[in-house]
Design a protein around this ligand. Structure first.
Ligand SMILES: [Fe+2]
Length: 339
């Protein structure tokens, strides 16, 4: 806890060190953990990104939520891990309080307070000053600056359309111009963040941004917002950017080609979900990079090479034991030449 606190307090110090390795993961039940944080600790990552469903609170009772966070922070491997490795987090529906919930969830303020407490956000942290939990961080020296943008896909998200198709609950695209994923204030904040100088940006969204085909939560359920996201990246000429997500109880890497998103590079998304429970089926879809799907318990490892003019990013999915399930190289030198 001391060290996490130190990340916020000593950011000028850490800001001087290039970040070359991060680990990430999502969907974690402390009582089902058989030691994944021991495996991740061995990676010697400089940061860990908790990408949502960090607890399965699922309650409108503040005490229940608080107890679940207590169980997380008391899990022995995680407690030891976070003494060594700073943890930064966003949330998803289960730590927000209700499955697939959006802006109408009544208890979002108490959930946010508990989230900030559990992840040691200082009392004067910028994220605490406005509704929601979105926040960002820039680490590393000029030329090697890594920006981490943690989106809040819960607090402002308008209602979705859900139907039963073949007796399975399925979300349909909500195309109303009022429909929103991030809400007005967070969109404005994101635009201002994307104008800050950075050499690589990682944008963390609990729910998948690129996925289009599956029936669960995804940005594609709000197609205007998804299009707006790509337009914002284009308009602000954001430079090297990679997306990260969780939620799905599977691992995969997706790619949206430059000619599809209009950016001067292909947009990649690493989804790592299921640190203690996984197994979602391999529904085929065109955006997935072949052989990156895993149904097994997984975490993500992101290695960044800063030696060239642009970053080279390796996106790996690793098993409970630390075995590489897939590795995808995103070289922004090549990317920049793509026309
Ligand atoms: Fe989950």
């Amino acid at each position: 806890m001391k060290f996490i606190f130190a990340l916020f307090c000593l950011s000028p110090l850490l800001a001087e060190q290039p970040i070359t390795r991060l680990a990430c993961g999502s969907c974690y039940k402390a009582h089902r953990d058989k030691g994944i944080f021991k495996t991740i600790a061995a990676e010697q990552a400089q940061l860990f990104l908790f990408m949502g469903d960090n607890i399965y609170g699922d309650s409108e009772d503040e005490e229940v939520m608080r107890e679940k966070y207590r169980q997380l922070n008391a899990q022995p491997d995680y407690a030891a891990f976070k003494e060594q490795v700073p943890v930064l987090a966003t949330w998803d529906d289960h730590d927000y309080g209700r499955n697939d919930a959006g802006r109408d969830f009544t208890f979002k303020e108490s959930s946010a307070r508990l989230f900030f407490e559990a992840f040691d956000f200082p009392q004067d942290h910028e994220a605490r000053k406005s509704p929601g939990i979105y926040h960002s961080k820039i680490l590393g020296p000029t030329g090697k600056r890594l920006q981490l943008i943690f989106l809040d896909t819960r607090s402002f998200r308008s209602p979705l359309i859900q139907v039963k198709k073949n007796r399975r609950k399925t979300y349909l695209p909500q195309k109303s111009p009022e429909a929103t994923m991030l809400g007005k204030a967070q969109w404005a904040w994101l635009a201002s963040e994307l104008q800050k100088p950075a050499d690589l940006r990682l944008i963390i969204s609990s729910v998948q941004i690129l996925a289009t085909d599956h029936r669960f939560e995804k940005w594609a359920n709000l197609p205007n917002e998804r299009a707006r996201f790509f337009k914002l990246l284009r308009d602000l000429n954001v430079g090297p950017t990679v997306l990260l997500s969780g939620d799905r109880h599977l691992g995969e890497v997706a790619r949206l080609f430059h000619h599809q998103c209009g950016l001067p590079f292909d947009l990649y998304e690493l989804t790592s979900s299921g640190m203690t429970h996984a197994g979602a089926p391999e529904d085929p879809w065109a955006g997935r990079i072949p052989n990156t799907y895993t149904k097994h318990i997984n975490y993500g490892l992101i290695d960044i090479t800063w030696t060239g003019k642009k970053p080279i990013v390796s996106l790996s999915l690793k098993s409970f034991k630390g075995e590489v399930q897939s590795s995808t190289i995103v070289d922004f030198h090549e990317q920049a030449q793509v026309k």
